[in-house]
Design a protein around this ligand. Structure first.
Ligand SMILES: *Cc1c(COP(=O)(O)O)cnc(C)c1O
Length: 387
């Protein structure tokens, strides 16, 4: 189909929850994406931080197709090897204990929220509350949406689930005041992605971790965007020197297949019991076979390369006239501009053959972790012209 035909059918038949760009993606290889007209784009979005190895990476493709030929799904009534392998790798590498698998970031945060509430119930906190941050983003389901500290996402969807309180990011004093005897969890992203690629201050994160520890409150870190190597560490919380009780993940782990979940530390890993929670697809063997490949390849050297490429990209961006500032870590960057609106830069870049994202008033860049320096330069050339 031609792009215009796809667009027309989309308009007629797809519920319009997305403001789509004027492009229909048809195929891809590595960092390059091709539209239905055969135009080539260099992709600095990685499907919103999902395609960590770019498009159709050979190793990943082999891992998932081999599994696909053996067993595509079995439900969670039976054991499967890929699922336990991924769980073991995640637990080993984080020093946490056990994993729950779902299919998306929102679902990952839902299980964290439900676990926090049950943790509260077991401790006799009869009217439990969870503290999250303003400007956060945790997903679109009722619980995750309510956890999201931005009113624009809540509008028209009330009544919302009770028991959420919102703290200004970085305001330790306010966090202390919000905590009460019914608080069961504090939940945060360490770099607020959708909120504008805003890293939290280390002192605030440390204070929050200490507060959680001393008051028997679960510390939930939403690593759906920051996790799986995006910031140059397997998980961003490693930069902050904290040990969360629950880490949620999704996006990059599946390298393009839907997979997400939560890793639980000792305090939280036995809160849920058979029957407490579940999902039919969660931890699908094909997605998990791909995730094994992802985790195997994300070793120390790979992660150090991500960090170095991130530094390079950041430095080069700062040299571009019209770029005011660059926030973020590794290959998760937010570009503030002097004058031109971010949405216009994104639109012009796409026309020039570069895919980028926005985050509030910034241009957000989440290129594949496997991008090379030459490919970074190639994308930067187009970006420069668009700014
Ligand atoms: C994308 C995102 C989510 C939601 O993930 P979905 O897979 O879209 O449900 C949650 N938290 C953060 C930090 C995210 O970036």
């Amino acid at each position: 189909m031609k792009t215009n035909e796809i667009k027309a059918l989309d308009k007629k038949r797809i519920v319009s929850t997305y403001a789509r760009h004027d492009m229909a993606a048809a195929s891809g290889k590595g960092v390059y994406c091709y539209d239905t007209e055969g135009k080539k784009y260099i992709d600095f979005t990685a499907g919103i931080g999902v395609n960590c190895f770019g498009y159709c990476d050979e190793g990943w493709l082999k891992a998932v197709t081999q599994q696909l030929e053996k067993l595509q799904h079995s439900s969670n009534l039976y054991y499967t090897e890929p699922q336990v392998k991924v769980a073991d790798m995640l637990a080993e590498r984080t020093g946490l204990s056990k994993v729950y698998f779902g299919n998306s970031g929102a679902e990952a945060n839902e299980v964290a929220i439900k676990t926090a509430r049950k943790f509260g119930a077991l401790k006799g906190r009869t009217n439990p509350n969870i503290i999250t941050l303003k400007q956060s983003f945790h997903g679109r389901t009722m619980g995750a949406m309510t956890a999201t500290g931005q009113e624009k996402y809540h509008e028209d969807f009330g009544p919302l689930p009770e028991g959420f309180k919102y703290c200004e990011a970085g305001n330790t004093e306010q966090l202390r005041q919000l905590v009460d005897e019914n608080t069961c969890a504090v939940m945060m992203e360490l770099i607020q992605g959708e909120g504008g690629v805003l890293p939290l201050e280390k002192t605030f994160v440390e204070a929050a971790a200490e507060l959680c520890e001393s008051r028997e409150i679960l510390l939930i870190i939403d690593e759906v965007q920051t996790g799986i190597g995006r910031t140059g560490k397997l998980f961003a919380h490693e930069h902050f020197g904290i040990k969360p009780d629950i880490v949620t993940f999704a996006k990059g782990i599946g390298a393009g297949l839907p997979l997400g979940g939560a890793i639980f530390g000792e305090k939280a890993c036995d809160v849920l019991a058979p029957g407490s929670h579940g999902t039919t697809y969660g931890g699908n063997p094909v997605a998990c076979a791909g995730a094994v490949e992802v985790l195997e390849r994300l070793d120390e050297k790979f992660l150090a390369d991500v960090a170095a490429k991130g530094e390079y990209l950041k430095a080069k961006l700062l040299e571009i006239p019209g770029v005011k500032d660059v926030s973020g870590m590794g290959l998760m960057l937010g570009v503030s501009l002097d004058a031109k609106p971010a949405a216009d830069v994104v639109k012009d870049a796409l026309e020039g053959g570069l895919m980028t994202l926005t985050a509030k008033e910034k241009v957000r860049l989440l290129p594949p972790l496997t991008i090379t320096y030459e490919e970074i330069d190639e994308g930067l050339d187009i970006f420069k012209k668009s700014v």
